[in-house]
Design a protein around this ligand. Structure first.
Ligand code: SF4
Ligand code: SF4
Length: 676
């Protein structure tokens, strides 16, 4: 006899129709919940894009089916992968059986769940059911026994995990009872159910009582499975719906560039003070959060004790949206908000929280569901900067200076002082050059960073590179201005700089500032400024590798740790180049800090924080310094003016000047290069 699965075995004939009715009720609950959520998202600005359909679909395959970011952490990754793939295979298997039993069978008399396919399916489902249960049990152990501090337990979590556990176990018990009573010759293909059947047989559970138990359990199991479907939009299970959508609508452009406010002169809304001002994609972001806490774990502001948790920002906005929309939910979902209408910045999310962000992107790098935390924070900052004026006084001062003088140091002219004695040509006089050296405001005005500018200029000259500078024609690139939310001033600066740059002929721009590098390379193109831009670390590595610079002097200042600037490593993937430049120096031994590469820890200076006062005991640079002193490094190499200032400052505050020196990579290379 051919192995075949008997539909609705041991169930009365009316069961099938009762099941359809119950399924319709579950789907109605599901549909209603989904409809309520769609209505919430619809209040946002239209922003969901369908272009490049194939690439978007690939993002779903990569991030949802492939779970590439989930797997980045071993233990939580193992748990989620077990639950996800176990669930996926059980869902597909159940769907195949449903199509066989309830559609193709009754209508076309076509049964494909039979013979070897049926036996193989039974084995695979038994195996993946065990994987699923393994994941659920590990999740329960982690959440309720190990209790890592980043996980906060809500009733929702207990309900969901218990429901999934009972559905998984119930499936095996049902199978075991059926096999104990039916005793088919092919029972071993359902190996887990077969083992349980052996137990039931030994207990004598094979008669009428077992049949009744099977019937009762069938209904309980079915009710839980249908309940699971109906509950999806009302529990944390909703991420099963939102995560594929969020991956599909994820921007395809580089996240290194902030989106502009189009037509800023005429725009009615500047930034966001209410949910309706936010793009729908951002509202979808909030609904996608699984509360895993990975973003919070790596947020430098959170680690330094500042009032910012990227997870809480997302959850508070989500709670606010759900409360305003009166979306039905099972269990509490975050804090309560007062009934009065609140503005998002300063009301739902505290001002200090929003101003704590360094825009380091560590949260986005780790978030498994592609949430754009910086996009939201900057959107709210835009409202504070451009409309309500809620901002720290020190930041306001730096913006005022930049408005007046074109740089946050407030100096008019004098951008050539750093080059005294070097005879660096001005491009306005040379007319053209191989390379335009973009000095940046820190290189031009900050005494410590002026030394770096001198080192870069010296190295370019030694390598025989024809270069020139803009001098007083250069203005602040606007990176921090934009991240402080002052989009109007940023666009003014960007347009002025682009106009200036377009007057001259050069092959590319070299800059020692990762912020200038990112803005000139990735953001100026939004305003018609397409330039070839090199960061000095990569450019110097290229000159060394081409033999145009020869580091021959042996390094004698001790072990070096390289600190990855966020805007270089994480934002632009320049990780190997600075290390190659440093390793080219004879005798230089390089160590890695605990957080390095794409997971590097911020110095605390990005996102406008360079120009804000911080409480002495809550400084991000001190968190980074702790990682530095935990290594044998005596020298920290940076490749960013903010990192240089922040880490120098951290060392001085701790009185560690005798133990740790902070240099820019250009200074280290310059010290090792022979002058021919
Ligand atoms: S960008 Fe950096 S500082 Fe800002 S929330 Fe994310 S991790 Fe925290
Ligand atoms: S925002 Fe992303 S990383 Fe942070 S808790 Fe939510 S899902 Fe996890």
């Amino acid at each position: 006899m051919e192995p075949v699965r008997e539909s609705f075995w041991n169930m009365p004939r009316w069961t099938q129709w009762a099941l359809y009715a119950a399924l319709a009720v579950a789907l109605a609950f599901f549909g209603y919940g989904l409809y309520r959520r769609f209505r919430l998202w619809k209040q946002g600005q239209p922003s969901l894009r369908w272009d490049h359909f194939g690439k978007r679909l690939w993002n779903v395959v990569r991030y949802v089916l492939g779970q590439v970011k989930v797997a980045n952490e071993a233990f939580p990754g193992l748990i989620h992968l077990s639950i996800f793939f176990g669930f996926l295979v059980l869902f597909v298997g159940t769907a195949l059986i449903f199509i066989n039993d309830d559609i193709l069978g009754p209508i076309f008399h076509l049964h494909y769940v039979r013979g070897p396919f049926y036996l193989g399916l039974e084995t695979v489902l038994d195996l993946m059911g065990l994987v699923f249960l393994f994941g659920i049990i590990l999740a329960l152990v982690r959440r309720y026994i190990l209790r890592p501090s980043r996980l906060e337990n809500r009733p929702d979590d207990a309900i969901t995990l218990t429901l999934l556990l009972l559905i998984g176990l119930g499936g095996y018990v049902l199978e075991g009872l059926r096999l104990a009573i039916q005793r088919p010759a092919w029972g071993t293909s359902s190996f887990a159910g077969y083992a349980l059947a052996g137990l039931f047989t030994a207990m004598g559970a094979t008669g009428q009582g077992a049949r009744l138990a099977h019937q009762a359990l069938w209904w309980v199991h079915t009710a839980m499975a249908l309940g699971f479907i109906g509950l999806i939009p009302y529990t944390r299970l909703f991420h099963l719906v939102t995560n594929p959508l969020n991956a599909f609508f994820h921007p395809l452009e580089s996240e290194a560039a902030l989106p502009p406010i189009p037509n800023i002169e005429e725009a009615e809304v500047l930034g966001a003070s209410e949910l309706a001002h936010l793009p729908r994609k951002r509202l979808l972001d909030y609904e996608s959060c699984t509360r895993c806490g990975r973003c919070q774990d790596v947020c430098p502001a959170f680690l330094a004790g500042q009032p910012l948790s990227p997870r809480q920002v997302v959850l508070d906005l989500d709670s606010f949206m759900l409360q305003r929309g009166k979306a039905p939910l099972l269990g509490a979902r975050g804090k309560e908000f007062p009934a009065s209408e609140l503005e998002l910045p300063g009301g739902v999310i505290a001002e200090e929280t929003l101003w704590s962000c360094t825009t380091c992107m560590a949260c986005m790098e780790r978030c498994p569901v592609l949430i754009d935390h910086i996009g939201t924070i900057v959107e709210l900052r835009r409202y504070m900067s451009l409309c309500s004026g809620q901002m720290p006084g020190s930041l306001r001062g730096a913006l005022d200076k930049t408005r007046r003088a074109g740089n946050p140091y407030g100096q008019r002219g004098g951008r050539l002082a750093w080059a005294e004695g070097l005879e660096v040509p001005l491009i306005s006089e040379a007319g053209e050059a191989e390379v335009l050296f973009w000095v940046g405001c820190a290189g031009a005005y900050d005494p410590r960073n002026q030394k770096v500018a001198r080192a870069v200029a010296t190295l370019l000259r030694q390598a025989g590179v024809s270069f020139a500078i803009l001098g007083d024609e250069e203005q602040c690139c606007g990176d921090w201005v934009r991240r402080a939310g002052e989009e109007y001033l940023f666009q003014t600066l960007a347009q002025a700089n682009i106009e200036t740059l377009k007057q001259y002929r050069f092959q590319g721009i070299v800059t020692a500032c990762p912020h200038g590098y990112n803005t000139l390379k990735n953001e100026y193109r939004q305003f018609g400024g397409e330039f070839q831009v090199w960061h000095h670390s990569a450019y110097l590595a290229g000159l060394i590798e081409a033999g145009r610079l020869r580091p021959v002097k042996a390094w004698e200042k001790g072990v070096v740790a390289y600190h990855d600037p966020c805007y270089l490593g994480r934002y632009n993937g320049l990780l190997a180049e600075p290390r190659r430049a440093l390793r080219s120096i004879p005798g230089l031994s390089l160590v890695e800090l605990a957080h390095h590469g794409r997971r590097g820890l911020c110095c605390g200076g990005g996102g406008g924080k360079m120009w804000m006062e911080e409480e002495a005991d809550k400084r991000v640079n001190q968190v980074r310094l702790k990682e530095i002193v935990a290594t044998p490094a005596e020298v920290v190499s940076v490749a960013c003016p903010y990192c240089l200032s922040m880490l120098d400052d951290a060392v001085k505050v701790k009185g560690l000047e005798e133990k740790i020196a902070v240099y820019d990579l250009a200074e280290i290379v310059a010290g090792a290069v022979s002058v021919e």
